[in-house]
Design a protein around this ligand. Structure first.
Ligand SMILES: Cc1cc2nc3c(=O)[nH]c(=O)nc-3n(C[C@H](O)[C@H](O)[C@H](O)COP(=O)(O)OP(=O)(O)OC[C@H]3O[C@@H](n4cnc5c(N)ncnc54)[C@H](O)[C@@H]3O)c2cc1C
Length: 285
């Protein structure tokens, strides 16, 4: 199918883009890499009257070292994330997960921010940002605001972004010494979406897990943290047995979907198995 008719603008500055989006109201939409939006337009599941193309906004490009955190610009693509030296050095989980997204052609266009704004709970990037305690930076007609990942994903394909707001970047705290990470993704074929994805971070100290964080993809209508498993792992000896036991609680509080690829119970089982594997690698055991 071909999309319905829409107007198109490609502003040269962020202020201009915010103005165009605000003027367009609820019928205007941002387009970045187009990897989620264009299929929706073609299926006529989305029919905006105006597309605001943010692709020319140089202020949204690149990754900046900002002291204790990195500021990842909204136009940074999944492909760039796999290679960026700052991301690889300080937030390797982002690079590792980005390498599992789709195929090289899609990764060259798809942005991290687009994946977050699209808010598909099966997406890899949302679960990663939950585990990393990232903060989304949004700019709208009222100015700039910061939205913690835990408040950003409101429901299926729905975020806390208000109409007229543009996600300008993602602030990701740097992982200091002692932190390890792992993204475990179970999918039908390489380059397919996650049936379940598990992003784990662990800080090891004196042979124990001092801190653990686990983000889950495709275990509900939004990406979630496996809080019970995190609590169970924290303070425990860093051993495969204790982490496997903590991971038994990975699906607590989740509401996994049923679809062609798996029933909810199957996804619960995957979440437990993948959490044990991911925590083991993140803890270096
Ligand atoms: C074949 C294929 C396979 C895929 N496989 C995977 C996979 O394995 N794992 C995975 O996680 N994802 C996968 N994806 C999805 C892909 O990661 C997303 O489509 C992509 O990251 C979205 O980014 P984009 O820049 O293309 O966003 P767009 O398609 O341009 O936009 C997506 C949505 O976000 C909004 N938006 C975009 N940028 C902003 C912004 N800065 N501020 C406010 N709103 C914004 C748009 O208005 C739109 O609603 C796949 C996609 C395809 C086509």
């Amino acid at each position: 199918m071909i999309p319905g008719k829409f107007d198109y603008t490609r502003p040269a500055s962020l202020d201009e883009a915010v103005r165009a989006l605000a003027d367009g109201g609820e019928d205007a939409k941002v387009i970045a890499g187009g990897q989620s939006l264009v299929p929706l337009l073609r299926l006529r599941l989305a029919f905006p009257e105006l597309l605001v193309d943010i692709g020319a906004l140089s202020e949204l490009k690149g990754v900046r070292d900002d002291g204790d955190s990195l500021l990842i610009g909204a136009l940074v693509t999944q492909d760039e994330a796999t290679r960026d030296p700052l991301i690889r050095q300080h937030c390797g989980l982002v690079a590792e997960a980005a390498g599992t997204v789709a195929d090289p052609a899609v990764r060259h266009r798809a942005t991290l921010a687009g994946s977050l704004a699209h808010a598909d709970p099966a997406g890899d990037t949302p679960a990663i940002m939950m585990a990393l305690d990232a903060t989304m930076i949004a700019r709208g007609p009222g100015g700039e605001r910061a939205i913690p990942a835990g408040e950003f994903f409101v429901d299926y394909l729905t975020t806390a972004l208000a109409p007229g707001e543009i996600l300008t970047g993602i602030r990701v705290p740097k992982l200091g010494p002692g932190w390890g990470y792992r993204y475990e993704k179970f999918h039908r074929t390489a380059q397919a979406w996650a049936i379940v994805g598990v992003a784990a971070l662990a800080r090891r100290s004196n042979g124990h897990v001092a801190e653990a964080r686990v983000g889950l993809a495709n275990m509900g209508s939004v990406p979630v943290r496996a809080s019970a498993a995190e609590a169970a792992a924290t303070g425990e000896e860093a051993s495969r047995d204790s982490l496997r036991s903590a991971a038994q609680r990975a699906d607590e509080g989740t509401h996994p979907p049923a679809d062609l690829h798996g029933a909810p119970d199957y996804r619960r089982h995957l979440a437990r198995v993948l959490t044990a594997r991911a925590l083991a690698v993140a803890s270096g055991v």
